[in-house]
Design a protein around this ligand. Sequence first.
Ligand code: ATP
Ligand code: MG
Length: 330
Amino acid sequence: MNAILRAEGVSKVFSDGGPVSFGKAREVVRAVDDVSFEIMRGETLALVGESGCGKSTLGRLLLRLIDPTSGKLEYDGQDITALSRHGMHDVRRKAQMVFQDPYGSLSPRRSIAQIIAEPLDAFGLVKSSKERRDRVAELLTQVGLPPQFMDRYPRQFSGGQRQRIGIARAISVDPSFIVADEPVSALDVSVQAQIINLMQDLQEQKGFSFLFIAHDLAVVRHIADRVAVMYLGRIVEIGPKKSVYGARQHPYTQALLSAAPEPDPDKKSRRIILEGDVPSPTNMPSGCAFHTRCPLAKDICRTERPPLTEVAPGQRAACHFAKPNPILVG
Ligand SMILES: Nc1ncnc2c1ncn2[C@@H]1O[C@H](COP(=O)(O)OP(=O)(O)OP(=O)(O)O)[C@@H](O)[C@H]1O
Ligand SMILES: [Mg+2]
């Protein structure tokens, strides 16, 4: 399995853009800070972390909806960091996004058929209106909606149905990579599993690479092949699902997992309550960004940033106290 997408030292810094006045420095937000990782062909990678840690920014960077401040992005072996709008045309077709908010992301004045066919038209993939309607009907069926709904408008649908419509639009162009940014967090809990199952089925049938963004590890437990955990703009742990859930190395992953419901009562671990708030990304802590809340923090954590190092085959953690993983090594 080779990589469909590779990020090397990618950062995104937002500044408020206003003039520096009254001696006050311009606010600078390090939303994504020196991130390197790969997404393999045909895999589902879950990207997890608390609100504001930079998940959406990273997702948008990968699709080049925004430009990185520094670093390099490769799509299918091609350097796309500096590609022009024109050069990005083919990549855009192959890489699609499903949004968090099924209410705000569908244009209210357009019919379902128009919404779903938008990418098909943009990339010239249908030749006639008959072909367009046939394709929309087929896509609606694939996401579990009756094809005769195509002439209705978004307001006539529930949140779960709207998210199905968003998914139909994303898969319409047969993409090889999809970013779903918290696709179920605005939905009722009872509907969340249905939408996750649908995306998992579609991923298996079509084999696209899938970045699934969530703030909760419990949500991605079934769908993920690998999991990346983000904290304050950095990936602090990444690895196969089995390692990240079963033999996590980073204290932050540990804390996130201990906050999630454990389905197997025998495995219940001690609940770790994180002290304090997430520091502001405008004022990043020195050394390991997690040291202000970490129960294990020592002097070195305040001064030296731990690199993301391999702790077991395919598993990497950024912690001075991470140890080679006893379950998976030897
Ligand atoms: N366009 C922007 N201009 C300035 N700051 C921004 C912009 N977009 C995001 N940020 C800041 O970057 C940081 C990361 O934001 P981002 O939306 O990527 O986080 P997130 O992990 O997706 O959060 P959530 O779980 O709430 O969706 C936040 O501090 C946010 O305020
Ligand atoms: Mg977000």
